[in-house]
Design a protein around this ligand. Sequence first.
Ligand code: SF4
Length: 299
Amino acid sequence: MSEGEGKVRGRSHGSTPEVRALAAEAVRHLWWLKESGVGEVPAPPPRPAARAPAVPPPRSPGTAPRAPASPAGPPAAPPPEGPGAARPPAAARGAGAPAAYSVSDRGCGSDALLSVRRELGPCTRCKLHGGRSTLVFGVGNPAAELMFVGEGPGAEEDRRGEPFVGRAGELLDKMIGAMGFRREEVYIANVVKCRPPENRDPEPDEIEACEPFLKAQIAAIRPRVIVALGRFAVQTLLRDGTPISRLRGAWREYEGVRLMPTFHPAYLLRNPAEKAKAWEDLQRVMKEFGKAPVRRGGA
Ligand code: SF4
């Protein structure tokens, strides 16, 4: 059983505190290696087919279904994509090389997250794959207590392979900083991982294909709080068509995790007067973490 499997199983089946502490320490160590500039962690020897990585089990029975495999299944050694997954070409690695992803890849900093990434592979499960430059998996601390979820990659995210970069990302970074966190301490992902054309809203079949992987990421990370960013992400995750102006600021739940809906940073850039409301929402999250609310306006 891998460390990541032990971590997730331990939580599900009540393993000893020592096992959980060891697993958490291992995750922190890998994260520290990445932060310290270590780009590669030696891959373990290939496992037998029966022990191939799988999406981690749900948080509790029935709350996080396994991510479905594509009809044909991912290839044994899928090619990486994007600047966050720069790896030697498959031919250079030779036949029988281990899977192309590693915990040093962006957003894959634990065995559990790596399993999700490997299950996702070079995904073609929905039509969005045809227009993407990069599959934007996620970014951040694999053991984050705070997670942000947006709608899907925009043009800059598609180009750089990282969620929430560009102007909206800069504002999100300020929001995170104002809450007393650093971007590296949280985890950031989207409902869909490929850019919709013309930045349109993702369609129901695209959400149905991709959301299981977001759920699997949440099951791997097990954050205390999710902040859902913007109308689309909030309404999709909550299956609630109520306007974001009425949903924001009130605690909800998604996959057994407390969820705070608030405005999307891109919306706040267009409507700076709404920053004060977003700040109220974020202060509610800060209170959840025992961080003292600060009397200031906007992020
Ligand atoms: Fe696969 Fe999700 Fe991209 Fe669709 S949006 S191709 S399901 S990764």
